[in-house]
Design a binder for this molecule. Sequence first.
Ligand SMILES: *[C@@H]1O[C@H](CO)[C@@H](O)[C@H](O)[C@H]1NC(C)=O
Ligand SMILES: *[C@@H]1O[C@H](CO)[C@@H](O)[C@H](O)[C@H]1NC(C)=O
Ligand SMILES: *[C@@H]1O[C@H](CO)[C@@H](O)[C@H](O)[C@H]1NC(C)=O
Ligand SMILES: *[C@@H]1O[C@H](CO)[C@@H](O)[C@H](O)[C@H]1NC(C)=O
Length: 451
Amino acid sequence: MLRLVLLISLTCLVKSDTDEECPSFTRLSFHSAVVGTGLNVRLMLYTQRNKTCAQVINSTALGNLNVTKKTTFIIHGFRPTGSPPVWMEDLVEGLLNVQDMNVVVVDWNRGATTVIYTHASSKTRKVALILKEFIDRMLAEGASLDNIYMIGVSLGAHISGFVGEMYAGQLGRITGLDPAGPLFNGRPPQERLDPSDAQFVDVIHSDTDALGYKEPLGNIDFYPNGGLDQPGCPKTILGGMKYFKCDHQMSVYLYLASLEEKCAITAYPCGSYRDYRNGKCINCGTPQTVSCPLLGYYADNWKDYLKDKEPPMTKAFFDTTEKNPFCVYHYFVDILSWSSNIRRGFITIKLRDKYGNITESKIDHEPATFQKYHQVSLLARFNQDLDTVAAISLVFSTGSIIGPKYTLRVLRIKLRSLAHPDRPQLCRYDLVLMENVETFFQPIQCPKLQI
Ligand SMILES: *[C@@H]1O[C@H](CO)[C@@H](O)[C@H](O)[C@H]1NC(C)=O
Ligand SMILES: *[C@@H]1O[C@H](CO)[C@@H](O)[C@H](O)[C@H]1NC(C)=O
Ligand SMILES: *[C@@H]1O[C@H](CO)[C@@H](O)[C@H](O)[C@H]1NC(C)=O
Ligand SMILES: *[C@@H]1O[C@H](CO)[C@@H](O)[C@H](O)[C@H]1NC(C)=O
């Protein structure tokens, strides 16, 4: 008995010790979610001095927060199980790795934890008011609104919008990561995130058919893979819990990838995802000297370009691969055909380099129409960026299993890299593609001047 008491007091001691030294994000159980939780907002400050250990601060005690530096608030959303967000630590560290700033994690897990979404969403205004009180104190200490950046996930995106509205849009920047759709869809701008809430508002929409918000909410709205279903996420309920949140969370993982800087995810301003897939928006609608907008942390490189637009919204589309670092590499495949009859079908193209690396692109979102002496430009997306292409293979398919097999006669095929327009364009002349038969060839450099 004595030993048990000792053990309990010892564990309590150890626990309270670590609590004081390194406070962590509130961890609740599913039981709390079932009974519901009352709102309690904790602000946890991280700086470059210690990227993993937080200091709890509030509007009367700013702690080590240096008001002359940029301050980034991270605001999470609905927590139906009570657990801390799995991406939080990575996001804090990622931000501190790219810039010396204050990172404030807004832990409102008590409040967000409930199985009833409306209960969590009804607390968003209250959280915004608490943040307003805190920021007022920062301003009194000499901080500038220009230097305040809020990253809001799901419900957190709308909380950021509410805070921004109270400062009449003078906050430096808000990034909405798949802003919550349910209960917010179709609401007027004052009741959700909108472009007037900060000097620059960028949004990633990754689950527009379920938990996310479909319509644009910022100065620039990024729709990965069209914004609906994300590659690598389960498509059926057999995927378990992941099925419900994977698409939604992808917005956070894409943002995180932008901090890792392994490759830059480029997006293409465009009227629709379909137009992007059909290669209609690759020049970004800008002069050649302006590169296309980047997703994530560096999206504000485009701020000056967007700020005077009327209406203020710009939609941008791009595709991703299943896994980090998510970048796809675009090529244009120009096909000039000379089949006497019109052919409709799909092209699959494989590239191989001299080391044997192979990357494939299926251009199958809609059939292409090949007409005699007309050039069709198809946008191909590859997972790998091969420096030098040694061999190419093509498959033409009409998609029908029964019926006659067709051939596609190709007068010229040309491959142009979008990421590296400086690379030589690759050509091949006079090919006959038998339906569903893979045809290999070695490309040659296209002649400089072409008719
Ligand atoms: C951060 O703080 C924790 C707790 O005080 C400490 O154990 C850790 O060594 C610190 N890390 C750095 C890099 O200072
Ligand atoms: C703010 O934090 C300080 C130091 O941790 C604490 O003493 C104080 O009670 C807190 N104030 C409020 C309003 O929570
Ligand atoms: C706060 O940040 C500024 C600018 O980075 C720096 O010059 C100053 O020394 C910092 N103050 C403290 C107390 O660290
Ligand atoms: C291609 O293969 C080589 C050798 O196996 C490897 O080192 C290289 O990283 C690969 N390149 C790409 C772009 O995958």
